[in-house]
Design a protein around this ligand. Structure first.
Ligand SMILES: Nc1ncnc2c1ncn2[C@@H]1O[C@H](COP(=O)(O)OP(=O)(O)OP(=O)(O)O)[C@@H](O)[C@H]1O
Ligand SMILES: [Mg+2]
Length: 325
């Protein structure tokens, strides 16, 4: 953690962000319904108060305090306790749709000052815009309040943007330019499985080398750090895995688990390799199968692609076994 970074409290994300969000920045968290925007933002506030000594205010235009507090309990976030300790405040503006924008701003600012809050969430900009439509242009809100005043009070702010299904762009298109950072949450359905991923579309002053990260909401918002192969500190002999009655083990217990025991005996398996998968990465799947055969004194036939010689194949298999050679 550096002075200029605010830890997000999201497991796995801070290392990618070089410590966290830029201090006093305005971050947009955008996504389709149900993609985890509220959980992300609630965790940012909760961990801020419990682990980083930064009090927080959560402003909602869509969800009541009771519903929020109850929903968040399942992730182990006890917001009631934080409230009683004066570290947290939930402001809901569900029933004050007619209130003037200036009155709402006054309430938010007063709470921030009273709590000496360092973190603020607005859930959501989309819902707020609707509440203000009749009397004020909500876009002025971001310009006057979020981008200017919040910086003065010293609050790192998350502005949630709801992206309706079938819509490509984020919000009104304006807040994107004002924001210091944009995080897009997605849920992609593929082969009847749900994949969640997080895209860092913009982060002022940060060099982001990994901008697309998988995440889960189970047990809280957790980002999976990008795959990095490690050189083991000590090497040991490969231990073969027994084959099932009708399956050949892949040589990897984890992969066997996913494949219900391994590759069906006598089958042909096509391994499709994405463009962003390195040689090293897919050989980590191929090599153990070969080792598992070799270790049991069975033969393996490898037909190398053009330009790959016997020596390269042998060195490749050995290199994976003895990474330092
Ligand atoms: N206990 C849980 N464990 C794992 N996932 C959960 C749990 N409870 C809810 N979810 C998932 O969390 C998602 C909702 O998260 P969240 O409320 O943060 O989304 P959101 O983006 O704020 O949605 P909305 O746009 O409707 O406000 C749902 O897709 C649901 O499947
Ligand atoms: Mg929500």
């Amino acid at each position: 953690m550096t002075d200029n970074s605010v830890p997000t409290g999201i497991e796995g994300l801070d290392s990618v962000l070089g410590g966290g969000f830029p201090r006093n920045s305005l971050i947009i968290v955008a996504g389709n319904p149900g993609t985890g925007k509220t959980i992300f933002s609630a965790q940012f506030i909760y961990r801020g108060a419990t682990e980083y000594g930064e009090n927080g205010v959560y402003v909602s235009f869509a969800e009541s305090r009771e519903s929020f507090i109850n929903n968040m309990k399942q992730f182990g976030f006890d917001f009631e306790k934080l409230e009683s300790e004066g570290k947290f405040r939930y402001l809901d503006f569900l029933t004050v749709r007619e209130a003037a924008i200036s009155a709402i701003l006054d309430i938010i600012l007063k709470e921030i000052k009273r709590l000496k809050a360092k973190r603020l969430v607005i859930d959501s900009f989309s819902a707020m815009s609707q509440a203000f439509k009749r009397e004020f242009d909500a876009r002025i809100f971001i310009h006057t309040v979020l981008s200017r005043i919040m910086r003065q009070v010293g609050c790192t702010t998350i502005l949630i943007d709801e992206i309706p299904y079938e819509t490509e762009h984020i919000g009104s298109g304006m807040e994107e330019f004002v924001a210091d950072g944009i995080i897009l949450l997605r849920a992609i359905e593929q082969d009847e499985r749900l994949f969640r991923d997080l895209l860092i579309k913009k982060m002022r002053g940060k060099e982001i080398t990994e901008d697309r990260l998988a995440f889960t909401l189970k047990g809280g918002f957790r980002v999976f750090p990008p795959f990095k192969s490690r050189t083991p500190t000590e090497t040991r002999r490969f231990k073969p895995i027994e084959d099932g009655p009708d399956k050949f083990s892949t040589g990897s217990a984890d992969l066997d688990g996913l494949l219900d025991g391994g590759y069906p005996k006598g089958s042909t398996v096509l391994l499709e390799i994405g463009r962003d998968i390195s040689n090293m990465q897919y050989h980590l799947i191929l090599a153990p199968t070969a080792w598992n055969f070799l270790a049991k004194n069975r033969g393996v036939i490898i037909l190398p692609s053009s330009g790959i010689s016997y020596d390269i194949v042998r060195a490749g298999l050995r290199w994976l076994i003895f990474p330092r050679m």
